[in-house]
Design a protein around this ligand. Sequence first.
Ligand code: MG
Length: 376
Amino acid sequence: MTVAAIVVAAGRGTRMGGGAPKQWRLLAGRPVLAHAVADLRAAGVARIVLVLHPDELAHPLVPAGCSVVAGGDSRDASVRAGLAALAADPPDHVLIHDGARPFPGAALVGRLVAALADSPGAAPALPVSDALWRGVGGRVSGVQDRTGLYRAQTPQAFRYGAIVAAHAAHPGGAADDVEVARAAGLDVAIVEGDDDNLKLTWPADFDRAERILKGRSMDIRIGNGFDVHAFCEGDHVWLCGVAVPHSRGLLGHSDADVGMHALTDAIYGALGLGDIGVHFPPSDPQWKGAASRIFLAHAIEQARAAGFRLANCDVTLICERPKVGPHQAAMRAALAAILDVEPGRISVKATTSERLGFTGREEGIAAIATCALVPA
Ligand code: MG
């Protein structure tokens, strides 16, 4: 089952104030649109089409890794442009999301996709809990029964072929894709929405979004890793991405980069994704002699896919020799390049074990690593 998403952000709405259309306004240093994309990715949706205003296709803040298409002069024309962009390789399911909602949330997306097993359409909504009044001239003129009323949200989820056909048959002017689907006779399941999945419309909404982000930023993941490799014949050892000349080598299935292995395991650990052996089994001959950077790059990619970035990491190499100090800067730079962060977020240090134990007897090298992942 394949799932793609269309994020509609072709509007020029500036009711928020501040000049820029709201999808480009910054929230915690990133545009509103990028937060929505990060949530969709965290839910496992890798294929994302952004529908942008024709003048903004090359906007410098377009999130990386998304397809970009030009919107039309109405909301449904923009959605049709997004659907058309997926036509060459049609997904099973498509999520259609409003780019002014920065926090669709991975859990909500999961509920929507699950609901499509039983229904051609599914959309999030929350029951109206406040009393509803009618008013005229600033005075209450009547009370509206709220029974059966919902506040509709996005993403709205559909089986791809069904919503394409529904849009093709619709005369236009629909408020949202549920209206289009229902006009075509499609059943749309109501899925429990999320109060944090707010639509940014007024300046106060922006303040609330900042508060939601602050709450989310408390979701910090810590991981640790430990690894050991024995010395063998050789003239260098790989340590944290640097070939360090030595009178011995390190024995291992891959290049035996003990520091990089410990760090890779720390990242997998923070994500609850096991260790290197799970992802790159030593029994699989294709990883024999592999450069350990492949493992580390895979681990950090899993972090990104889950909506996290590396805040910092700290690797300690435990050995009597070789001396690590002269290579520390190169090691930090090598790890930083793989992890795509500045070297200041990476620490590599070394200690001896005072000639005690297997490291003290120079039988091998041990490494421990700790990392912190924070919401991307
Ligand atoms: Mg290892």
